[in-house]
Design a protein around this ligand. Structure first.
Ligand code: XMP
Length: 242
């Protein structure tokens, strides 16, 4: 089996750079069948599907296994967006549970510290699973945390998180689509060593073509697709723009 990074890169060559953020609110029923329908309807224009607590909390093992199995049958990767941030042992048990559910990669928060991060990435890579680390989030106020100056390093927080991701060989980093200048900086440093995943296209204001030109490799899109009158057309359009 190849690494997560190789698998998602190769799938995106065939089906484009869009990752569906399969988020539904608490009013939504039939989460399992809606998710399966999204996979079967949209898979031609997706390289992966991202599930976060929106589905992990209400659904059980059987349902999630069915979702990950169906995604895999179409060649899609499945990413768990739990922004994992804990001590080494807890991270290990959590990822073992995620891999048992069929997930291919996890999004983690590097604020856990370099040792825990190193352990998380090396353990995940042993079984060809991926780790994507936060670098700069997409919300407008994210800059007040990720752009803080770290005096002793003479760098900003996101620059340090990028360095950690590169040094520990993370598969990718998250940089919000709403911060194209940060994407440009990260691409100039990372080149092809890791991939840049950008949430925040559409509903949050990011523009697909601008973000791709800045250097993002993958676009994570939720509400713009899920709330569209015609999700297939919208996904296709986004895929063409990127
Ligand atoms: P929308 O509906 O805005 O959903 O297209 C975006 C999806 O991405 C997640 N999100 C983030 N995840 N870092 C992340 O790891 C971020 O900066 C970030 N911003 C948004 C969000 O939870 C949703 O699933």
């Amino acid at each position: 089996m190849t690494s997560f990074k190789t698998r998602i890169r190769s799938k995106s060559k065939e089906s484009g750079r869009i990752i569906l953020a399969n988020d539904y609110d608490t009013e939504t029923n039939a989460l399992e069948s809606k998710t399966l329908k999204n996979i079967t309807t949209l898979h031609k224009y997706l390289c992966a599907i991202k599930l976060n607590f929106h589905l992990l909390l209400p659904l059980g093992k059987k349902e999630i296994n069915k979702i990950t199995k169906t995604a895999h049958s179409y060649g899609l990767e499945v990413i768990a967006d739990i922004k994992l941030n804990d001590i080494g042992n807890t991270n290990l048990v959590t990822t073992q549970r995620l891999w048992d559910l069929g997930f291919d990669a996890v999004i983690a928060n590097p604020i856990m510290g370099i040792d825990s991060l190193k352990q998380l990435i090396s353990n995940s890579h042993k079984t060809n699973h991926g780790v994507i680390t936060l670098c700069h989030m997409s919300a407008p106020s994210a800059k007040y945390a990720y752009e803080l100056d770290v005096k002793q390093e003479k760098k900003k927080v996101y620059q340090i998180f990028l360095e950690w991701a590169l040094n520990q060989k993370a598969d990718g980093i998250i940089v919000g689509a709403t911060y194209p200048d940060v994407i440009k900086y990260c691409k100039s440093q990372a080149k092809n060593k890791l991939d840049i995943y950008s949430p925040g296209v559409g509903t949050q204001g990011g523009q697909a073509s601008e973000v791709i030109n800045a250097g993002s490799d993958f676009l994570i899109v939720g509400r713009t697709i899920l709330n569209a009158k015609n999700p297939l057309d919208t996904t296709k359009k986004l895929s063409i723009q990127s």
